[in-house]
Design a protein around this ligand. Sequence first.
Ligand SMILES: NC(=O)c1ccc[n+]([C@@H]2O[C@H](COP(=O)([O-])OP(=O)(O)OC[C@H]3O[C@@H](n4cnc5c(N)ncnc54)[C@H](OP(=O)(O)O)[C@@H]3O)[C@@H](O)[C@H]2O)c1
Length: 326
Amino acid sequence: MKLREFGKTGVHVSEVGFGGWAIGGSWGAQAESDSVAALQRALDLGVTFVDTAAGYGNGRSEKTIARVLDGRWGRESVIVATKTPPAPGAWPPSPHCKADERYSETYLRNNVEERCRMLGTSCIDLLQLHTWTRAWNRDPRPLATLRKLQSEGLIRWVGVSTPEHDQNCVIDLIRGGWVDAVQLIYNLFEQEPAAELLDVAKEHGVAVIVRVPFDEGVLTGKFTEATTFPEGDFRRNYFAGDRLARAIRRVEAIREDLRASDYTLPQVALKFILAHPAVSVVIPGMRNAMQAALNCSVSDLGDLSPELLVRLRRHNWRRAFWYMGK
Ligand SMILES: NC(=O)c1ccc[n+]([C@@H]2O[C@H](COP(=O)([O-])OP(=O)(O)OC[C@H]3O[C@@H](n4cnc5c(N)ncnc54)[C@H](OP(=O)(O)O)[C@@H]3O)[C@@H](O)[C@H]2O)c1
C-alpha cells in the first residue's frame, strides 16, 4: 500500500482508504460480521485512513469502527475522519439557508462532543461538515467555530464535504485558508474537479479525499439492466427510472476502452482517481473482506498509461446538462 501526504498536516495516509457509509446503513441489510471483517482486512492490507459520519446508521458506522480500532490499533496509526450533518432542513442546503441556523456554535460543539463519544476518543482527527452551500462562503462562520474547537483540542483538522451538485463550492474556502481537507466527488463520470478544484487544493496544501469512486457501484461494471436493489438500499432511488440503464451504457463504453489493457473496471475506476497528484486518498465503500482485498490491492498495481488516461477523459458525464438531452 502506497502512502501519500495528507495536505500540510505532516501526516501520510494510505492512498486507498476505507469508506464507511454502507457499514452503517442505507444500503440494505448489512451483517455486522461482514463490516468488521471488511475493516479488519483493509487494516491488515495497510489502510490507515477511515471515513465515517454521524449519519451512517445514526452512529452505527462510527461505533463499529471504534470497536475494531480499539481492539487492534492505536489511534495514532489510523486517521479517522467523521462528519457533522447540518441541523434538520433542506439537503443539500438551499442558497437561502442561514449558516447560523444549520451549523450554530452550540449545535456544532454538542455534535462534535457526541462524535467523540461515538468514536471513543477525546479528539477527532478530521471533523468534516457533511455538506455546504457556496451561499456561506463570504462569511463561513461554522468554520470559524470549528477552528475554535480545533484550538481547544477537540478536533485535529477541519474539513468540508461537498454537496453532490457543486464540487467547486469549496474553492474559495481553500483559498481563504478555512479548511485542512476537502472531501469531494471525482470519478470516471464526474471529472469537473480536474478543471480547477484539484489544482487549487494542491497549490494550497489542502488534503483531498475522493469519495464515491464507483458512482455507488455502477463503475465496478457488475450491474446489468436486470439489477434491482433491495428494500432499504438508497440505490433504489439513485438508479431509479432509466438512470441505471443510462449509466450502464456509459460503463460499457468505458469497458471498450479497456480491451487492450490488463485492468478490470474497478481497478481502473480507482487508478484513474489516484492518477491525479492532488488526490491524498480515495475512499471506496467496502462491505465485506473480499471488496476490501480487491480495492486495497489496486495501490500496488502499475499506473495507467498516459494514453489510457487521455482516452478515459472522454467519459466525463455532465448529468445535469439538459442541452444534450436529459
Ligand atoms: N456526502 C458525503 O460526504 C458522502 C457521500 C457519499 C459517500 N461518502 C463517503 O465515500 C465513501 C465511498 O462512497 P460510497 O460508498 O457511497 O460509494 P462507492 O465507493 O462508489 O461504492 C461503494 C459500493 O460499491 C460496492 N463495491 C465496493 N468495492 C467493490 C468491488 N471491488 N467490486 C464490486 N463492488 C464493490 C459495494 O456495494 P455493493 O456490494 O452493495 O454493490 C460498496 O458499498 C462512503 O463509504 C463514505 O465514506 C461521503
